[in-house]
Design a protein around this ligand. Structure first.
Ligand SMILES: C[S@@+](CC[C@H](N)C(=O)[O-])C[C@H]1O[C@@H](n2cnc3c(N)ncnc32)[C@H](O)[C@@H]1O
Length: 440
């Protein structure tokens, strides 16, 4: 028998990934675009007869949650679009309640994967970013596809169908101001845009060109002062892929400023997305890690040196910082950003490959690590713990990976001394956790 295409469901609790969990005839269904407690009609998007669980999207709300609000972005609204775009999947939930749900997800992951018990541990609330009351305009980095007619577009939540974009309320106003939505991007297949949060107005547009000459046509349509470059990825992954940047107008990089330090970030290089993230995370990492003069600290997955630079200042010329980053472009930025601090050793390479040697050769006093969504691999977690480093400050954008790594570190002699969660991705299901682990 084929599965029914639509169903009426009562939505249960929130799950990792932003779904609510519902049940139908004993089967679990992960439902998007709903709120726990709501009675809704859903369309099944993934419903094989033999599948362990199904997936569905809310298309009609029969009994709305008191936390439901008009969606912040029409094109991402599942109630008015059959294939809404991704990128603001919590936009129908009041901002305060989004944070309540994120805290529930984090607590559930820490319990289930991290092995922590609610009776022993005070699971943290999710903190709003000061100065961003409506949770809009925070994205300093945007990434778009291009339609056949040359317009900016984004993919549907669960499809490759492109929807033309005419505004993006989460994008920084400096990005929205340059009129990208009326530019003809024919001959381009991806458009990446970044704005500097130093001045809130210097913009760099990166194009991936499929027709030679297309970027020059785009250049003529952009306002004066916008930096433009063509980027070609030469293979590899985000951690070690090689890229080539050909500048068309202005510079191929932006300058960022964090607490008095300046950072050069090339077009394809990593930088924190929320306009306040770099400052907020630096303050929190420095506060929790508390590096002292003369100490030896490692900054793993170091990016362009955001934490390495203040760590170097704190340990001073008598101390030492090992800054490890995999991506060649971001590593090149780190080299430049850390050129005036000889106490920093800047190394390009995968943490998986370098961790053992580092743990063996350096007597580390503290480690800061900020891995991608996948978290630490098992081997690196083991080597990190075996190093016996007294303090580990772990910054994470994925609560499941963070919880899994918490269990690994706790099994090898660490305890989670402090944890906090920041809402660095409002109107999405994402969150940023920071944990301080200390050697027992
Ligand atoms: C979440 S970012 C953090 C960067 C930096 N801490 C910051 O806040 O600006 C993670 C960084 O790790 C790098 N990376 C990803 N996988 C890696 C790996 N296996 N080894 C080393 N670096 C890696 C990425 O290129 C990226 O720059």
């Amino acid at each position: 028998m084929n599965a029914p295409e639509t169903l009426e469901l009562r939505l249960g609790s929130i799950a990792h990934g932003g779904h609510t969990v519902a049940r139908h005839e004993g089967r679990v269904i992960f439902v998007r675009h709903g709120i726990p407690g709501e009675l809704v009609n859903v369309v099944l998007t993934d419903a094989g007869e033999t599948a362990k669980f199904w997936r569905a999207d809310v298309v009609e709300v029969l009994e709305a949650s008191e936390h439901r609000v008009p969606h912040i972005w029409d094109q991402a609204d599942a109630l008015t679009h059959r294939d809404p775009v991704g990128g603001a999947e919590f936009g129908h939930i009041s901002l305060d309640y989004q944070r309540v749900l994120k805290a529930q997800v984090a607590a559930e992951q820490l319990t289930r994967l991290g092995g922590l018990k609610a009776e022993d541990y005070n699971f943290p609330a999710v903190q709003a970013v000061p100065g961003n009351a409506d949770g809009l305009g925070w994205r300093t980095r945007m990434s778009y596809s291009v339609t056949e007619s040359g317009h900016l577009a984004m993919s549907g939540f669960r499809s490759n169908e492109l929807t033309e974009i005419t505004q993006m309320p989460l994008a920084h106003p400096g990005i929205e101001a340059i009129g990208l939505y009326s530019v003809d991007f024919s001959g381009i297949d991806r458009v990446e845009v970044a704005v500097s949060s130093r001045d809130d107005s210097t913009v760099l547009v990166l194009l991936s060109e499929v027709l030679p000459g297309a970027a020059l046509r785009v250049a003529k349509q952009l306002p004066e002062g916008v930096n433009l470059a063509v980027f070609s990825q030469m293979g590899g992954s985000a951690a070690d892929g090689k890229g080539e940047l050909e500048v068309i107008t202005g510079n191929g990089w932006l300058t960022e400023q964090v607490l008095g330090n300046f950072f050069r970030i090339t077009g394809e290089g990593f930088w924190q997305v929320h306009r306040s993230a770099a400052t907020l995370l630096t303050e929190r990492v420095m506060d929790l890690t508390a590096p002292e003069s003369g100490e030896v600290v490692a900054d793993l997955y170091a990016g362009a040196g955001l934490f390495s630079l203040p760590l170097a200042e704190a340990v001073g010329p008598q101390g030492r910082v090992f800054s490890i980053e995999g991506a060649p472009g971001t590593h090149a930025d780190a080299k430049k950003n850390l050129a005036q601090t000889p106490q920093v050793t800047v190394t390009r390479g995968r943490v998986e490959r370098l961790m053992r040697q580092l743990a063996r050769e350096a007597q580390l006093d503290a480690v800061v690590l900020d891995p991608p969504r996948t978290g630490l691999d098992k081997q690196s977690a083991a080597e990190l713990a075996t190093s016996g480093v007294p303090r580990i400050c772990y910054v994470s954008c994925d609560p499941a990976a963070f919880a899994r790594d918490t269990a690994r570190l706790m099994a090898r002699g660490y305890e989670l001394d402090h944890m906090e969660i920041h809402d660095l991705y409002p109107h999405t299901h994402h969150m940023e956790s920071i944990g301080l682990f200390v050697r027992r």
